[in-house]
Write a protein that binds this ligand. Structure first.
Ligand code: SER
Length: 595
């Protein structure tokens, strides 16, 4: 145990040490990688530095140091045990083509012994044993021995242990040397060391000698200027230095546990409690993601965020917490980390809004969904051996009650059930096809037939839709449409009767567009891309992978199933024949095309 050590001091000690050794301190990058489409999250300190490790010049120099926020989701289901986390901080120092092995090991040794107070014979290290891609790293071992680390405390291991990277599918990587220190307990036997797994030896730091660029084809190309990348996990090392087994026992989490106990009135919601650990860990991670502009949703990072929040809420229920609580937990994170990560405080309102919204949505669904879930379980008699929730039922929990599939799997496991994942995927695909058809049907449904005349009136409807938005308000949108070969009928939200001037302006604007002979173009794209083009139309179709977007020149862009005229020149003269109320707040226009 190091007296008076804590995470704040460790960060300062590390950064100041490397600054004194010629490094520039840089700010943590976002949790969302900017330069790596192969990864959802920043998973290591080196990740945001990849372009520089590959040779690009860094504006802050060749020697850098920082504390980087990271997120790894591979062990998300393990979170709850005393060791795993999704979010963590990593201290690091980098040489971008500057110093290499000798100086890196000198500095690591100096920091471990002078700053953290370890003795040379208390440290064990591992080095790369060599394989077809790179030779045995005897050089690193010799450098450690030069500093007085006994030869018997140096282990040579293969790629699975002593090779790091790339962070994504390709990028810089190389052999590494890892440093281990002992916790206060007896050796498990004569072979007790970094590989025995008894828990006595804790990895405290990693030095990666980045000499290669791994290509997407799996080739290792030597880098012109080798780099050094080191990583020290703040949570793990703080726990070790404070004499704890688990980071959940350190002050990094104590404020969060305290708040959780206050909010739940449950004195047992501390680091010993599995549910409490999930709640504090997931809400810490969620708060950081929200500060990096991720919003809860159904794909990619947004989905991970949603899973974190929803799992935390569910575990909190087990502690007896039924009121909204997540933003109050987020406040502890904002307060505790605000100085190092100013984006937390500047996003405080967004963090609150998003957590409150997600919590409200999920809380309502959780009650109903759990009842539904219990019914599914209760329908299966006890004597059934392979108890399983069907894909259809799992999908229904997802679609109707917003249960992430992982949540259903976890709840099922608690009751001794499996989930038919194949069936779930199939049900999701079916639904996608149906809702796609549904979206298109709405438009087809509005069309009495597919004649040329109706196609032309359909195109006129898009022109009318946009003209109303231009003349009245951007808030106007379609509330209903019905088209025959003779006329169009269009319902839209507008609180009062349109004036004759407004009607004339809309009519004129549509006719101007018709006279411009604008081409009508159909493009297929993903719903995400459609959103980006600012097309108007229906977006709630969650599984609608691909949609059709119809553009009429530069005037209108709308998600739609068609059919349409090819060019506005086919339309003739547009004339509004009636404007009336359809229902409260909804107006109805009837119009014709005169040839
Ligand atoms: N990239 C290495 C790691 O993550 C060292 O920083 O351990």
């Amino acid at each position: 145990m190091r007296p008076n050590m804590n995470a704040a001091k460790l960060r300062r000690l590390f950064l100041d040490f490397f600054k004194a050794h010629g490094h520039t301190e840089i700010k943590s990058a976002s949790l969302i990688p900017e330069n790596d489409p192969t990864c959802l999250f920043t998973t290591a300190g080196m990740h945001p530095l990849v372009p520089y490790l590959l040779g690009q010049k860094h504006p802050m120099g060749n020697r850098l140091t920082d504390v980087q926020k990271c997120l790894r989701t591979n062990d998300i289901d393990e979170v709850g045990d005393p060791f795993h986390m999704t979010f963590f901080e990593m201290l690091g120092n980098w040489s971008l083509g500057d110093y290499f092995k000798a100086e890196a090991i000198d500095m690591s040794f100096e920091f471990l012994t002078k700053e953290l107070g370890f003795k040379a014979d208390e440290i064990k290290v591992t080095c790369f044993a060599g394989d077809e891609n790179a030779p045995r790293d005897q050089e690193a071992a010799d450098l450690w021995m030069k500093h007085g680390i006994p030869e018997k405390n140096i282990y040579f291991l293969g790629k699975e242990d002593n090779w790091w990277g790339p962070a994504g599918q390709s990028g810089p990587c190389g052999p590494d040397t890892e440093m281990f220190v002992p916790v206060d307990k007896p050796d498990c036997g004569p072979d007790c060391g970094p590989t025995c797994g008894c828990g006595k030896w804790v990895e405290i730091w990693n030095n990666v000698f980045m000499q290669y660029n791994k290509t997407l084809e799996g080739k290792f190309i030597p880098l012109a200027h080798p780099n050094v990348d080191t990583g020290m996990g703040v949570e793990r090392v703080t726990a070790f230095l404070e004499g704890f087994k688990s980071a959940y026992q350190t002050e990094l989490f104590s404020g969060l546990f305290e708040r959780l106990q206050q909010l739940s009135g449950n004195a047992e919601a501390d680091y010993n409690n599995r549910s409490a650990r999930v709640v504090v860990e997931h809400l810490r991670a969620a708060t950081f993601l929200l500060a990096d502009n991720v919003k809860p949703g159904n794909v990619d990072q947004a989905y991970v965020l949603r899973r974190l929040i929803r799992r935390a809420i569910r575990e909190a229920r087990k502690l007896g917490l039924t009121e909204a609580f997540t933003s109050q937990m987020a406040d502890v994170v904002i307060e505790q980390y605000g100085e190092i990560y100013p984006e937390l405080a500047s996003h405080k309102d967004i963090i609150h809004d998003e957590l409150d919204r997600e919590e409200k949505q999920f809380a309502a669904a959780l009650e109903k969904g759990t009842r539904e879930f219990n019914k599914m379980i209760d329908r299966v008699p006890d004597f059934v051996v392979n108890k399983q929730i069907s894909g259809k039922n799992a999908f229904n929990l997802y679609e109707t009650y917003g249960f992430p599939i992982e949540l259903t799997v976890e709840m099922a496991q608690e009751r001794g059930f499996k989930v038919d994942m194949e069936g779930f995927k199939k049900a999701a695909e079916e639904h996608q096809k149906l809702s796609q058809a549904g979206a298109e049907q709405k438009f087809h449904g509005g069309l009495a037939d597919h004649s040329e005349a109706t196609a032309q009136l359909h195109t006129a409807t898009h022109l009318l839709d946009q003209a109303l938005r231009t003349i009245l308000s951007e808030e106007v949108h379609q509330c209903g449409s019905n088209i025959t070969a003779e006329r169009l009928r269009f319902d839209f939200n507008w609180p009062e009767k349109m004036t004759p001037e407004q009607l004339k302006a809309v009519e004129d604007l549509v006719n101007q567009q018709i006279q411009r002979n604008l081409p009508v173009i159909c493009e297929e794209m993903s719903i995400e891309d459609a959103r980006k083009t600012n097309a108007i139309g229906i977006f709630e179709n969650k599984y609608g992978e691909r949609v059709k977007v119809y553009s009429i020149g530069d005037f209108s862009k709308e998600i739609c199933g068609g059919p349409h005229a090819n060019n506005t020149s086919e339309l003739g003269h547009f004339k509004i024949v009636k404007e009336e109320s359809s229902s409260r707040g909804i107006r109805r226009i009837k119009a014709i095309l005169e040839k």
